[in-house]
Design a protein around this ligand. Structure first.
Ligand SMILES: Cc1ncc(COP(=O)(O)O)c(C=O)c1O
Ligand SMILES: [Zn+2]
Length: 446
Protein backbone atom coordinates (compact mmCIF):
# COMPACT_ATOMS: atom_id res chain seq x y z
CA UNK A 1 0.00 0.00 0.00
CA UNK A 2 1.31 3.47 -0.82
CA UNK A 3 2.25 5.88 1.96
CA UNK A 4 -0.63 8.16 1.11
CA UNK A 5 -3.18 5.33 0.94
CA UNK A 6 -2.00 3.98 4.31
CA UNK A 7 -2.23 7.40 5.95
CA UNK A 8 -5.66 7.91 4.36
CA UNK A 9 -7.01 4.58 5.63
CA UNK A 10 -5.65 5.22 9.16
CA UNK A 11 -6.75 8.83 9.43
CA UNK A 12 -10.24 8.40 8.02
CA UNK A 13 -11.27 4.95 9.33
CA UNK A 14 -14.71 6.13 10.49
CA UNK A 15 -15.31 7.76 7.11
CA UNK A 16 -14.68 4.37 5.52
CA UNK A 17 -17.44 2.92 7.71
CA UNK A 18 -19.84 5.75 6.79
CA UNK A 19 -19.19 5.08 3.14
CA UNK A 20 -20.50 1.55 3.60
CA UNK A 21 -23.79 3.17 4.68
CA UNK A 22 -23.55 5.86 1.97
CA UNK A 23 -23.21 3.18 -0.69
CA UNK A 24 -26.58 1.76 0.36
CA UNK A 25 -28.21 5.14 0.77
CA UNK A 26 -27.18 6.89 -2.44
CA UNK A 27 -27.23 5.97 -6.09
CA UNK A 28 -23.54 5.88 -6.88
CA UNK A 29 -22.61 6.18 -3.19
CA UNK A 30 -22.62 9.99 -2.90
CA UNK A 31 -25.15 12.76 -3.39
CA UNK A 32 -22.85 15.10 -5.36
CA UNK A 33 -20.23 13.83 -7.76
CA UNK A 34 -17.64 16.22 -6.33
CA UNK A 35 -17.91 14.68 -2.86
CA UNK A 36 -16.44 11.39 -3.98
CA UNK A 37 -12.81 10.67 -3.14
CA UNK A 38 -11.22 7.30 -3.98
CA UNK A 39 -11.31 4.85 -2.27
CA UNK A 40 -13.98 6.44 -0.02
CA UNK A 41 -15.12 10.00 0.68
CA UNK A 42 -14.37 11.84 3.91
CA UNK A 43 -17.47 12.53 6.05
CA UNK A 44 -17.87 15.79 7.95
CA UNK A 45 -20.02 16.73 10.92
CA UNK A 46 -19.48 20.40 11.52
CA UNK A 47 -17.38 23.41 10.57
CA UNK A 48 -16.30 26.78 11.89
CA UNK A 49 -14.22 29.61 10.46
CA UNK A 50 -11.57 28.07 8.16
CA UNK A 51 -11.93 24.55 9.60
CA UNK A 52 -14.17 21.54 9.18
CA UNK A 53 -14.32 18.50 11.45
CA UNK A 54 -14.79 14.95 10.28
CA UNK A 55 -16.21 11.80 11.87
CA UNK A 56 -12.71 10.74 12.98
CA UNK A 57 -12.21 13.99 14.89
CA UNK A 58 -9.72 15.44 12.40
CA UNK A 59 -9.58 19.21 12.06
CA UNK A 60 -9.18 19.93 8.35
CA UNK A 61 -8.37 23.36 6.91
CA UNK A 62 -11.20 23.81 4.47
CA UNK A 63 -10.58 25.21 0.99
CA UNK A 64 -13.76 23.79 -0.48
CA UNK A 65 -15.63 26.55 1.35
CA UNK A 66 -19.13 25.40 0.52
CA UNK A 67 -18.13 24.69 -3.10
CA UNK A 68 -17.22 28.34 -3.33
CA UNK A 69 -20.20 29.81 -1.49
CA UNK A 70 -18.50 30.90 1.75
CA UNK A 71 -16.35 33.98 1.26
CA UNK A 72 -16.24 34.74 5.01
CA UNK A 73 -15.52 31.18 6.12
CA UNK A 74 -17.96 28.99 8.06
CA UNK A 75 -20.53 30.59 10.39
CA UNK A 76 -19.76 34.29 9.88
CA UNK A 77 -21.49 36.12 12.72
CA UNK A 78 -23.49 38.51 10.55
CA UNK A 79 -24.95 35.68 8.49
CA UNK A 80 -25.65 33.48 11.55
CA UNK A 81 -27.37 36.41 13.31
CA UNK A 82 -29.51 37.04 10.25
CA UNK A 83 -30.56 33.39 9.97
CA UNK A 84 -31.23 33.16 13.71
CA UNK A 85 -33.35 36.31 13.61
CA UNK A 86 -35.57 34.67 10.99
CA UNK A 87 -35.94 31.40 12.89
CA UNK A 88 -39.40 30.92 14.32
CA UNK A 89 -40.81 33.58 12.00
CA UNK A 90 -41.68 31.20 9.20
CA UNK A 91 -39.64 29.40 6.59
CA UNK A 92 -42.09 30.13 3.77
CA UNK A 93 -44.50 33.06 3.95
CA UNK A 94 -46.70 32.10 1.01
CA UNK A 95 -46.54 35.45 -0.73
CA UNK A 96 -44.25 38.31 -1.69
CA UNK A 97 -41.89 39.25 1.15
CA UNK A 98 -39.98 42.29 2.28
CA UNK A 99 -36.96 40.00 2.52
CA UNK A 100 -36.96 39.13 -1.17
CA UNK A 101 -37.25 42.78 -2.15
CA UNK A 102 -34.37 43.83 0.10
CA UNK A 103 -32.41 40.86 -1.20
CA UNK A 104 -32.92 41.93 -4.82
CA UNK A 105 -31.89 45.47 -3.88
CA UNK A 106 -28.69 44.17 -2.26
CA UNK A 107 -27.82 42.15 -5.38
CA UNK A 108 -28.48 45.16 -7.62
CA UNK A 109 -26.44 47.45 -5.37
CA UNK A 110 -23.40 45.17 -5.74
CA UNK A 111 -24.01 44.61 -9.46
CA UNK A 112 -25.37 47.92 -10.72
CA UNK A 113 -25.53 46.78 -14.36
CA UNK A 114 -28.49 44.56 -13.46
CA UNK A 115 -31.79 46.38 -13.98
CA UNK A 116 -33.85 43.59 -12.48
CA UNK A 117 -33.42 40.09 -11.11
CA UNK A 118 -35.31 36.84 -10.55
CA UNK A 119 -34.44 34.44 -7.76
CA UNK A 120 -34.00 30.68 -8.05
CA UNK A 121 -32.64 28.11 -5.60
CA UNK A 122 -29.45 27.05 -7.38
CA UNK A 123 -26.94 28.01 -10.03
CA UNK A 124 -28.27 25.19 -12.18
CA UNK A 125 -31.74 26.70 -12.21
CA UNK A 126 -30.26 30.12 -12.92
CA UNK A 127 -28.38 29.02 -16.03
CA UNK A 128 -31.49 27.16 -17.21
CA UNK A 129 -33.56 30.31 -16.78
CA UNK A 130 -30.89 32.52 -18.36
CA UNK A 131 -30.85 30.35 -21.48
CA UNK A 132 -34.64 30.41 -21.62
CA UNK A 133 -34.70 34.20 -21.30
CA UNK A 134 -32.13 34.47 -24.12
CA UNK A 135 -34.28 32.24 -26.32
CA UNK A 136 -37.51 33.97 -25.39
CA UNK A 137 -36.06 37.42 -26.04
CA UNK A 138 -34.36 36.64 -29.37
CA UNK A 139 -36.84 34.06 -30.67
CA UNK A 140 -33.82 31.84 -31.51
CA UNK A 141 -32.95 28.43 -30.13
CA UNK A 142 -29.24 27.74 -30.08
CA UNK A 143 -26.86 28.52 -27.24
CA UNK A 144 -23.07 28.62 -27.58
CA UNK A 145 -21.03 27.32 -24.66
CA UNK A 146 -17.34 26.53 -24.27
CA UNK A 147 -15.53 23.24 -23.78
CA UNK A 148 -15.35 22.18 -20.14
CA UNK A 149 -17.31 25.22 -18.96
CA UNK A 150 -19.60 24.09 -16.16
CA UNK A 151 -22.99 25.72 -15.78
CA UNK A 152 -24.66 23.15 -13.51
CA UNK A 153 -26.39 19.90 -14.31
CA UNK A 154 -29.46 21.01 -16.29
CA UNK A 155 -29.97 19.40 -19.71
CA UNK A 156 -28.67 22.29 -21.83
CA UNK A 157 -25.55 22.82 -19.71
CA UNK A 158 -24.27 19.29 -19.36
CA UNK A 159 -22.62 18.67 -22.71
CA UNK A 160 -18.81 18.96 -22.70
CA UNK A 161 -18.72 20.16 -19.12
CA UNK A 162 -17.05 17.11 -17.60
CA UNK A 163 -20.39 15.38 -16.97
CA UNK A 164 -22.05 12.41 -18.63
CA UNK A 165 -24.95 13.28 -20.94
CA UNK A 166 -26.93 10.09 -20.22
CA UNK A 167 -30.70 10.64 -20.15
CA UNK A 168 -30.63 13.94 -22.04
CA UNK A 169 -32.63 13.94 -25.29
CA UNK A 170 -30.51 14.28 -28.41
CA UNK A 171 -32.82 17.06 -29.58
CA UNK A 172 -31.82 19.03 -26.47
CA UNK A 173 -28.10 18.41 -26.91
CA UNK A 174 -28.48 19.56 -30.54
CA UNK A 175 -29.47 23.01 -29.31
CA UNK A 176 -26.02 23.59 -27.88
CA UNK A 177 -22.97 24.56 -29.92
CA UNK A 178 -19.73 23.86 -28.07
CA UNK A 179 -16.63 25.84 -29.01
CA UNK A 180 -13.07 26.29 -27.81
CA UNK A 181 -12.68 29.55 -25.91
CA UNK A 182 -11.43 31.31 -29.02
CA UNK A 183 -12.98 34.54 -30.26
CA UNK A 184 -12.35 33.72 -33.91
CA UNK A 185 -14.31 30.48 -33.51
CA UNK A 186 -17.22 32.37 -31.95
CA UNK A 187 -17.12 35.05 -34.62
CA UNK A 188 -17.01 32.44 -37.40
CA UNK A 189 -19.99 30.52 -36.09
CA UNK A 190 -22.02 33.68 -35.50
CA UNK A 191 -21.16 34.94 -38.99
CA UNK A 192 -22.49 31.75 -40.53
CA UNK A 193 -25.67 31.18 -38.51
CA UNK A 194 -28.66 33.23 -37.55
CA UNK A 195 -30.23 30.81 -35.09
CA UNK A 196 -28.10 31.58 -32.02
CA UNK A 197 -29.81 33.15 -29.00
CA UNK A 198 -26.80 33.68 -26.76
CA UNK A 199 -23.32 32.77 -25.60
CA UNK A 200 -22.76 31.64 -22.00
CA UNK A 201 -19.33 31.75 -20.39
CA UNK A 202 -17.82 30.71 -17.06
CA UNK A 203 -16.19 34.10 -16.47
CA UNK A 204 -12.93 32.91 -14.88
CA UNK A 205 -12.57 29.88 -17.19
CA UNK A 206 -13.82 26.33 -16.81
CA UNK A 207 -14.08 24.68 -13.38
CA UNK A 208 -13.33 27.65 -11.11
CA UNK A 209 -10.58 28.79 -13.51
CA UNK A 210 -8.79 25.45 -13.84
CA UNK A 211 -8.76 26.17 -17.59
CA UNK A 212 -8.18 29.92 -17.36
CA UNK A 213 -9.52 32.45 -19.83
CA UNK A 214 -7.10 35.18 -20.91
CA UNK A 215 -8.99 37.93 -19.18
CA UNK A 216 -9.97 40.69 -19.38
CA UNK A 217 -9.27 40.57 -23.14
CA UNK A 218 -11.29 37.42 -23.75
CA UNK A 219 -14.45 38.61 -22.03
CA UNK A 220 -14.24 42.05 -23.66
CA UNK A 221 -13.83 40.48 -27.09
CA UNK A 222 -16.67 38.10 -26.38
CA UNK A 223 -18.97 40.92 -25.35
CA UNK A 224 -18.09 42.85 -28.51
CA UNK A 225 -18.61 39.79 -30.71
CA UNK A 226 -22.01 39.12 -29.12
CA UNK A 227 -23.03 42.73 -29.70
CA UNK A 228 -21.81 42.64 -33.32
CA UNK A 229 -23.98 39.61 -34.04
CA UNK A 230 -26.90 40.68 -31.89
CA UNK A 231 -26.85 37.67 -29.55
CA UNK A 232 -27.16 37.68 -25.78
CA UNK A 233 -23.92 37.86 -23.81
CA UNK A 234 -24.55 35.71 -20.71
CA UNK A 235 -21.96 35.98 -17.93
CA UNK A 236 -22.12 33.00 -15.56
CA UNK A 237 -20.94 34.64 -12.36
CA UNK A 238 -21.86 31.73 -10.09
CA UNK A 239 -18.19 31.46 -9.01
CA UNK A 240 -16.90 34.95 -9.78
CA UNK A 241 -19.86 36.95 -8.52
CA UNK A 242 -19.09 38.94 -5.35
CA UNK A 243 -15.62 37.30 -5.25
CA UNK A 244 -13.53 38.84 -8.05
CA UNK A 245 -14.79 42.20 -6.79
CA UNK A 246 -17.84 43.43 -4.87
CA UNK A 247 -19.67 43.27 -8.18
CA UNK A 248 -17.92 40.19 -9.59
CA UNK A 249 -16.11 39.79 -12.91
CA UNK A 250 -18.31 42.38 -14.60
CA UNK A 251 -17.31 45.11 -12.21
CA UNK A 252 -13.66 44.06 -12.00
CA UNK A 253 -13.23 44.12 -15.77
CA UNK A 254 -15.82 46.72 -16.76
CA UNK A 255 -18.23 44.47 -18.64
CA UNK A 256 -21.89 45.01 -19.41
CA UNK A 257 -23.62 41.65 -19.98
CA UNK A 258 -27.17 41.24 -21.21
CA UNK A 259 -27.83 38.46 -18.70
CA UNK A 260 -25.96 37.40 -15.54
CA UNK A 261 -26.31 34.24 -13.48
CA UNK A 262 -25.40 34.20 -9.78
CA UNK A 263 -25.45 31.69 -6.92
CA UNK A 264 -23.08 30.50 -4.16
CA UNK A 265 -21.67 33.61 -2.40
CA UNK A 266 -24.88 35.55 -3.01
CA UNK A 267 -26.79 33.33 -0.57
CA UNK A 268 -24.20 33.07 2.20
CA UNK A 269 -24.13 29.27 2.18
CA UNK A 270 -27.90 28.86 1.92
CA UNK A 271 -29.63 27.55 -1.20
CA UNK A 272 -30.19 30.74 -3.15
CA UNK A 273 -29.39 32.01 -6.63
CA UNK A 274 -30.51 34.53 -9.22
CA UNK A 275 -30.61 35.69 -12.81
CA UNK A 276 -30.35 39.39 -13.60
CA UNK A 277 -30.09 41.52 -16.67
CA UNK A 278 -31.09 44.44 -18.82
CA UNK A 279 -34.65 45.66 -18.39
CA UNK A 280 -35.65 45.16 -22.03
CA UNK A 281 -34.35 41.58 -21.86
CA UNK A 282 -35.69 40.61 -18.44
CA UNK A 283 -39.09 42.10 -19.31
CA UNK A 284 -39.70 39.08 -21.52
CA UNK A 285 -40.78 37.52 -18.20
CA UNK A 286 -43.43 40.17 -17.53
CA UNK A 287 -47.12 39.91 -18.35
CA UNK A 288 -48.28 42.57 -20.84
CA UNK A 289 -52.02 41.86 -21.02
CA UNK A 290 -51.58 40.64 -24.61
CA UNK A 291 -53.01 37.10 -24.44
CA UNK A 292 -50.66 35.72 -27.12
CA UNK A 293 -47.57 37.14 -25.43
CA UNK A 294 -48.72 36.17 -21.96
CA UNK A 295 -49.62 32.59 -22.80
CA UNK A 296 -46.99 31.58 -25.35
CA UNK A 297 -44.22 34.16 -25.69
CA UNK A 298 -43.64 35.19 -22.10
CA UNK A 299 -40.77 33.40 -20.36
CA UNK A 300 -42.28 31.70 -17.33
CA UNK A 301 -40.51 30.77 -14.12
CA UNK A 302 -41.78 29.40 -10.84
CA UNK A 303 -40.02 27.85 -7.83
CA UNK A 304 -41.42 27.15 -4.37
CA UNK A 305 -38.23 28.20 -2.65
CA UNK A 306 -37.22 31.28 -4.66
CA UNK A 307 -35.76 33.78 -2.14
CA UNK A 308 -36.90 31.59 0.74
CA UNK A 309 -36.69 33.79 3.89
CA UNK A 310 -33.63 32.25 5.58
CA UNK A 311 -31.73 32.22 2.28
CA UNK A 312 -32.79 35.81 1.63
CA UNK A 313 -31.66 37.16 5.01
CA UNK A 314 -28.42 35.16 4.86
CA UNK A 315 -27.77 36.51 1.37
CA UNK A 316 -28.45 40.09 2.40
CA UNK A 317 -26.04 39.80 5.37
CA UNK A 318 -23.32 38.23 3.20
CA UNK A 319 -23.68 40.85 0.47
CA UNK A 320 -23.75 43.65 3.06
CA UNK A 321 -20.49 42.40 4.58
CA UNK A 322 -18.90 42.20 1.15
CA UNK A 323 -20.13 45.71 0.37
CA UNK A 324 -19.24 47.35 3.69
CA UNK A 325 -16.01 45.64 4.77
CA UNK A 326 -12.68 44.51 3.35
CA UNK A 327 -13.44 40.77 3.28
CA UNK A 328 -12.56 40.49 -0.40
CA UNK A 329 -9.12 42.03 0.20
CA UNK A 330 -8.58 39.74 3.21
CA UNK A 331 -9.47 36.63 1.22
CA UNK A 332 -7.36 37.78 -1.73
CA UNK A 333 -4.28 38.41 0.40
CA UNK A 334 -4.65 35.03 2.15
CA UNK A 335 -4.87 33.43 -1.30
CA UNK A 336 -1.73 35.26 -2.43
CA UNK A 337 0.16 34.01 0.62
CA UNK A 338 -1.03 30.47 -0.08
CA UNK A 339 -0.20 30.67 -3.80
CA UNK A 340 3.31 31.99 -3.20
CA UNK A 341 3.93 29.41 -0.49
CA UNK A 342 2.80 26.56 -2.75
CA UNK A 343 5.10 27.81 -5.54
CA UNK A 344 7.97 27.96 -3.03
CA UNK A 345 7.19 24.39 -1.96
CA UNK A 346 7.36 23.15 -5.56
CA UNK A 347 10.68 24.96 -6.05
CA UNK A 348 12.16 23.80 -2.74
CA UNK A 349 11.24 20.18 -3.41
CA UNK A 350 12.38 20.47 -7.04
CA UNK A 351 9.05 19.17 -8.27
CA UNK A 352 7.54 20.42 -11.51
CA UNK A 353 4.31 22.16 -10.78
CA UNK A 354 2.86 25.51 -9.92
CA UNK A 355 0.02 27.45 -8.38
CA UNK A 356 -1.75 30.23 -10.24
CA UNK A 357 -5.02 32.07 -10.00
CA UNK A 358 -6.63 35.40 -9.32
CA UNK A 359 -8.55 36.85 -6.40
CA UNK A 360 -9.29 34.18 -3.77
CA UNK A 361 -8.95 31.12 -6.06
CA UNK A 362 -5.65 29.21 -6.11
CA UNK A 363 -5.21 26.54 -8.79
CA UNK A 364 -2.55 23.89 -8.35
CA UNK A 365 -1.16 21.93 -11.30
CA UNK A 366 1.65 19.37 -11.15
CA UNK A 367 3.71 18.25 -14.08
CA UNK A 368 3.92 21.09 -16.58
CA UNK A 369 6.72 23.67 -16.78
CA UNK A 370 4.89 26.92 -17.14
CA UNK A 371 6.27 30.41 -17.42
CA UNK A 372 2.99 32.21 -16.74
CA UNK A 373 2.79 35.16 -14.37
CA UNK A 374 1.11 32.89 -11.74
CA UNK A 375 -2.04 34.96 -12.01
CA UNK A 376 -3.71 34.01 -15.28
CA UNK A 377 -2.05 30.81 -16.43
CA UNK A 378 -1.23 30.42 -20.13
CA UNK A 379 -0.89 26.64 -20.10
CA UNK A 380 -2.47 25.12 -23.23
CA UNK A 381 -5.89 23.53 -22.69
CA UNK A 382 -4.65 20.04 -23.64
CA UNK A 383 -1.65 20.30 -21.28
CA UNK A 384 -3.94 20.91 -18.33
CA UNK A 385 -5.71 17.65 -19.13
CA UNK A 386 -2.53 15.79 -19.89
CA UNK A 387 -0.60 16.95 -16.84
CA UNK A 388 -3.42 16.35 -14.34
CA UNK A 389 -5.41 13.23 -15.29
CA UNK A 390 -7.97 11.88 -12.79
CA UNK A 391 -5.58 9.47 -11.01
CA UNK A 392 -2.96 12.16 -10.43
CA UNK A 393 -5.55 14.69 -9.33
CA UNK A 394 -7.00 12.09 -6.95
CA UNK A 395 -3.55 11.37 -5.50
CA UNK A 396 -2.94 15.08 -4.93
CA UNK A 397 -6.31 15.49 -3.21
CA UNK A 398 -5.60 12.52 -0.90
CA UNK A 399 -2.06 13.74 -0.20
CA UNK A 400 -3.40 17.16 0.77
CA UNK A 401 -6.15 15.61 2.92
CA UNK A 402 -3.81 13.38 4.90
CA UNK A 403 -1.75 16.47 5.59
CA UNK A 404 -4.67 18.39 7.00
CA UNK A 405 -6.38 20.38 4.25
CA UNK A 406 -9.07 19.94 1.62
CA UNK A 407 -9.89 21.67 -1.65
CA UNK A 408 -11.80 21.22 -4.89
CA UNK A 409 -10.31 18.77 -7.36
CA UNK A 410 -10.63 18.84 -11.14
CA UNK A 411 -7.59 18.44 -13.39
CA UNK A 412 -5.58 19.67 -10.43
CA UNK A 413 -6.77 21.26 -7.22
CA UNK A 414 -8.47 24.54 -6.56
CA UNK A 415 -8.06 26.05 -3.11
CA UNK A 416 -11.04 28.32 -2.48
CA UNK A 417 -9.84 30.85 0.07
CA UNK A 418 -11.94 32.94 2.48
CA UNK A 419 -11.40 35.93 4.74
CA UNK A 420 -11.29 33.47 7.68
CA UNK A 421 -7.99 31.98 6.45
CA UNK A 422 -5.57 33.86 8.68
CA UNK A 423 -1.79 33.85 8.15
CA UNK A 424 -1.38 31.11 10.78
CA UNK A 425 -3.93 28.92 9.07
CA UNK A 426 -2.32 29.45 5.67
CA UNK A 427 1.14 28.71 7.08
CA UNK A 428 -0.14 25.51 8.65
CA UNK A 429 -1.61 24.57 5.25
CA UNK A 430 1.75 25.23 3.62
CA UNK A 431 3.58 22.96 6.05
CA UNK A 432 1.06 20.27 5.16
CA UNK A 433 1.45 20.95 1.45
CA UNK A 434 5.21 20.55 1.68
CA UNK A 435 4.71 17.16 3.31
CA UNK A 436 2.06 16.28 0.70
CA UNK A 437 4.65 16.82 -2.05
CA UNK A 438 7.13 14.65 -0.17
CA UNK A 439 4.50 11.91 0.19
CA UNK A 440 3.67 12.14 -3.51
CA UNK A 441 7.35 11.75 -4.30
CA UNK A 442 7.70 8.75 -1.97
CA UNK A 443 4.78 7.14 -3.74
CA UNK A 444 6.32 7.84 -7.15
CA UNK A 445 3.49 10.11 -8.31
CA UNK A 446 5.81 13.06 -8.94
C1 LIG B 1 -19.94 28.44 -13.02
C2 LIG B 1 -21.04 27.61 -12.42
N1 LIG B 1 -22.29 27.73 -12.88
C3 LIG B 1 -23.31 27.03 -12.35
C4 LIG B 1 -23.10 26.15 -11.32
C5 LIG B 1 -24.24 25.37 -10.75
O1 LIG B 1 -24.58 25.86 -9.51
P1 LIG B 1 -25.37 24.94 -8.44
O2 LIG B 1 -24.41 23.90 -7.98
O3 LIG B 1 -25.78 25.91 -7.38
O4 LIG B 1 -26.53 24.37 -9.15
C6 LIG B 1 -21.82 25.98 -10.80
C7 LIG B 1 -21.55 25.04 -9.67
O5 LIG B 1 -20.44 24.80 -9.28
C8 LIG B 1 -20.75 26.71 -11.38
O6 LIG B 1 -19.50 26.55 -10.94
ZN1 LIG C 1 0.90 28.63 -15.51
Amino acid sequence: MSVIDKKYADMFANSAAWYERGKNAFAGGVTHQSRFVAPFPTYYEWADGPFKYDVDGNEIVDYVMGNGSLLLGHNPKSVMDAINSQMGKGTHLGGATTHETRYAEAVKRNMPKLDSVRFTSSGTESTLLAMRIARGYTGKDKIIKFYEHFHGWQDYATIDSGQSTGGIPKATLDQIIVLQADIKAVDNVLSQRDDVAGVIVECNGAHFGTFPLQNPTFLHDLQETCRKHNVMFIMDEVITGFRLSKGGAQERWGLDPDITTMAKIMAGGQPGAAVGGKKHVMDVMAKTGDPIHDSSKRVAQAGTYNAQPTAAVAGIAHLDDIWNTDVIELADSAALRLKEGINDAFAKNEITGHAHGISSLVQVNMGYDCDCDRNICTMPFDEIYRSMPNEKTGALKRAVLVNGADGMDWNGMCFVVSSAHTDDVVDRTLEGFDQALKDLRTDGIV
